[in-house]
Each structure stands twice: as C-alpha cells, then as structure tokens.
Design a protein around this ligand. Structure first.
Ligand code: NAD
Length: 456
C-alpha cells in the first residue's frame, strides 16, 4: 500500500509542477472538454451511481449534471481568479494580492455523492492549478474509475492530474499525514472529521471539512402547505434520507400541526419505494445492512420510551438482499436525545411549537450546522430566520427544503459540520495560496505607519 501511495504522491507532485505553468484560461479549456465528455457519458455515469450508491435514476442523472455544472463554473472562473489591488499608504507603492496554486490536494469522499463532491473539489482545484489525489468511499470505486476515465480521455498529457487511491481508513490517514499534500478536503461523518483533523493539524496542513448534518425545517402557520409537504417529503425521504442535507427534524406551528402531520402521513404512504433503476421509483434502498441496523436501533430506543413512531419498517420487496425501508415519522412531545445525532436514514422527527423564536432555538440547538429551512409567507419570520438571530447553519432556505443545493453558492456548514465551503461563490480561494505583494517603484524608502529608521 505504502509503495503504491508513494508512487501516487510522487506522480501527483510532478504533474502539479507542470500543470501550474499552464495559463488558467487554458486549464479552463481542458475542464470545458472534460465537461463535454461528462455530458456525452451522462447516462452511463448515472447508471454507475445507481449501481453503487443505489440512488434513483433522476437523482443519479442530477448528480452527473452537478459535475457538468461544476465544469462550466470552473471554465468561467478560469478567467476570474482575481486578486485585489489595495491603495498603499506610501507614495510610489503598489499593494496587491496574488493567488498561486497550492500543489497537491487530497480529496476524501463519502458514498452518497460519489461524483458530485469530487467534481466540486477537482474543478476548483484544477482550475486553480493543482493536482488531486482522490480517495473515494469504498462503496464507490467504480464511480471514481468512471470519472478518471473521462478525464484521461480528454487529457492524456495531464492524466495524472487525477490519481485515485482506493482503500479505506488507512489510506485516508496516509493522505492526512503526508506533508506534500498541502490541502486535505474530507467529506463524510463528523466522527471521521474529528479523527482526521488532528492528523492534518499536527503538521499544520490546510483542511477543508464537509461533515455531518442534522438539518431542521420550521413550518409557520402562513406556509403554503402543498408546497411545504412536497419540500419536506423530498428533503426527508429523497436518497432514502442519505444526504448530508436530508431533513431530520421538523418544527410545526401548533395551529397547523394536526393538518400537517395528517398530510405527511398520507404523503409518506404514497411514496414509491423500490428498485432505484425503475423510472417511477422515488426511494431506493439503504446503502448497507449497517445503515439499516443503525436506523432500527434508534427507532427501537424511541419506541421503548413510548415515543410514537409511524413507519420505519423493512420492506421485503425486490431483491431480498437489499434494505428497503418505509420512511419513519416520529412524533415527539419533547426533544429526545436520539434527535441530536445524525442517523443516516429516513427518519423525520416532528414537534410542535408556539413561538417562532423557540422554533429557531430548537433548530439551532444541535451540534451540527449544515442546512435549515423555513416555510412561511410572513416576511418578518423569514427575515428573522435569515438574520444573525436566526439559523446558525451554512445553508438557510425559505420555502425550499433543506436538500438540493445549486452549485453557484458556497456549500458547507458550521459547528460539527466542519466549517468548510466548497463549490460556488469564492470557495476557489481554499485551493490557492494568497501572496500579499508590495512593490516600491520610487527612489525613497518610506516605512509603513510613519515609522522612522534613519541609518545616518
Ligand atoms: P464516512 O465518514 O463513513 O466515510 C467518508 C470517507 O471517510 C470515506 O472515504 C471513508 O473511507 C473515510 N473514513 C471514514 N472514517 C474514517 C476514519 N476513521 N479514518 C479515516 N478515514 C475514514 O461517511 P459515509 O458513510 O461515506 O457518508 C455519510 C456521511 O457523510 C454523513 O455523515 C453525511 O452527512 C456526510 N456527508 C457530508 C457532506 C457535506 O458536504 N457536508 C456530503 C456528503 C456526505
């Protein structure tokens, strides 16, 4: 393993030195061609996602589209890696920022977005002049190979820009320990982040963490309930509750609580659960038996306490080796301990509230801080939710569920979600080093802050 690792790091470092000398717009052109290749292979790449991550067809196609969107974004960015010029306080001086590539970026990814999260990282890392070593989830090696083959096809000279290190925890740790890998971008559970972050920090490496979420939505009395129920169902049950942004906790105003719960029960009953390759399927299976067991453990613990659990059972449909479940609605009267952790399965806790400030407090009162939503037509409530007293998450939505972000905004969350930002906006700055350069083009040497240092 170590030899393989050593070869990969050496190759990656070598190619990064060549790649950084290619002008950014030419790097962008290669990423444009990569995007074209992904477009032409969209169907087959999506099938690989469905095969490995068990996502339904439309979500798999959407995931490849997200990778294509990232390529388009990076092409535009290739001419916009701007550095500021600031007014200098000294005469005949220029003060400016320069942005340079980091070198080698390590990218550790989770099973549930086996292509898109890599594309967030690769497109930005590459356009900024870096190479990347990718350790995919052990569940998604074929997805990684598919992406690598698409890149190799468009750029044989720079094939080593993407190098894949297959494996599990040990390989991820090797990436974290190696000083030559300047930035480690790690996506996965908070537990993983807490184990890997100290390793990178011990060598003062750069870190980009995209960790677990425990996302909540608030439904106010003024909400359009048709829109709300659809938004809740997609966020809570889509991808079988296996998105970092999946909706896990719902706070419903007491005046509409009964109606909302009734509608949610009906909606959950109508969801089409089954083989993810079939056109009409809305929910595929869980990724593994372990996921199923974690879900059942949490539901059993709630039932033992007398909490009302609707659904959540295994469905013996299609292939008996797969773990299909009915999404669970858990009607809680109080905040239960189980609600405070992320269970990566379709469990939606529902609790009533009276005062919007209490709802916001309950929403924020968890360790994680990834995504949040409010469903309301009351502008005061939505503005409060978006204000500094509102949601403490990296993502705050109004009249949209917690999942399904676009690539144009920076993606990521606070607290135990790790604080990283990837994808759009100025997330590219994570993949570059900033140089503050001051140039004196005068004949004198005035010192900053008026400091005098007369050598005569
Ligand atoms: P995971 O933490 O089990 O694995 C993620 C990656 O980290 C894998 O490549 C795995 O091999 C590696 N890994 C895991 N534990 C490790 C350890 N102790 N030491 C070294 N490497 C380790 O996560 P998963 O089950 O693949 O994905 C689900 C989790 O990922 C959820 O918590 C979800 O919220 C999170 N996630 C977050 C985002 C985000 O952008 N915030 C996106 C997708 C998934």
């Amino acid at each position: 393993m170590i030899n393989n690792f050593e070869t990969i790091v050496t190759k990656s470092k070598d190619i990064s030195k060549k790649w950084r000398n290619i002008p950014a717009p030419q790097r962008g052109e290669m990423i444009r061609q990569f995007g074209e290749e992904l477009r032409s292979q969209k169907e087959s790449l999506a099938k690989t996602i469905t095969k490995e991550a068990r996502k339904i067809k439309t979500e798999s196609l959407g995931e490849v589209q997200e990778a294509i969107d990232m390529c388009d974004f990076a092409v535009g960015l290739s001419r916009q890696l701007y550095g500021l010029t600031m007014p200098s306080e000294r005469p005949n001086h220029r003060l400016q920022e320069l942005w340079h590539p980091l070198g080698v970026v390590g990218c550790i990814t989770a099973f549930n977005f086996p292509m898109a999260v890599f594309a967030w990282n690769f497109c930005l890392a590459a356009v900024c002049g870096n190479s990347i070593i990718w350790k995919p989830s052990p569940h998604s090696n074929e997805c990684a190979k598919g992406i690598k083959q698409a890149w190799d096809k468009v750029s044989s000279e720079f094939a080593d820009l993407i190098l894949i290190l297959e494996g599990g925890n040990e390989e991820a740790v090797s990436i974290c320990k190696d000083k030559r890998i300047v930035l480690v971008s790690a996506t996965g559970s908070t537990k993983m982040g807490k184990e890997l972050a100290p390793i990178v920090s011990a060598r003062l490496g750069k870190l980009l963490l995209e960790l677990g979420g425990n996302n909540a939505a608030i439904v106010s009395p003024s909400a359009n309930l048709d829109l709300t129920i659809k938004g809740i169902a997609f966020s809570a049950c889509g991808t079988a509750g296996q998105r970092c942004t999946s909706l896990r906790r719902l706070f419903v105003h007491k005046d509409i609580y009964k109606d909302c719960v009734e509608r949610l029960k009906n909606c959950f009953d109508d969801l089409v659960i089954g083989c993810p390759s079939k056109d009409d399927t809305q929910i595929g299976p869980l990724i593994s038996e372990n996921s199923f067991n974690s879900m059942q453990k949490i539901l059993d613990s709630l039932k033992d306490k007398g909490v009302e659990v609707i659904g959540g059972e295994r469905l013996e449909i299609e292939d008996p080796s797969e773990f299909y479940v009915k999404p669970a609605l858990v009607l809680v009267k109080n905040i239960e301990d189980e609600m405070l952790t992320e269970t990566f399965a379709p469990i939606l806790y529902v609790k009533d509230y009276e005062d919007i400030k209490d709802a916001i407090h309950m929403q924020n009162d968890v360790a994680q801080g990834l995504s949040s939503s409010i469903f309301t037509n009351d502008i005061r409530e939505s503005e409060l939710f978006l204000s500094e007293e509102g949601s403490d998450c990296g993502i705050a939505n109004v009249n949209i569920g917690t999942s399904g972000a676009e690539i144009g905004g920076a993606f990521g969350g606070e607290k135990d979600t790790g604080g990283g930002r990837e994808s759009g906006s100025d997330a590219w700055k994570n993949y570059m080093r900033r140089v503050t350069a001051t140039v004196n083009y005068g004949e004198d040497l005035p010192l900053a802050q008026g400091v005098e240092f007369d050598e005569s």
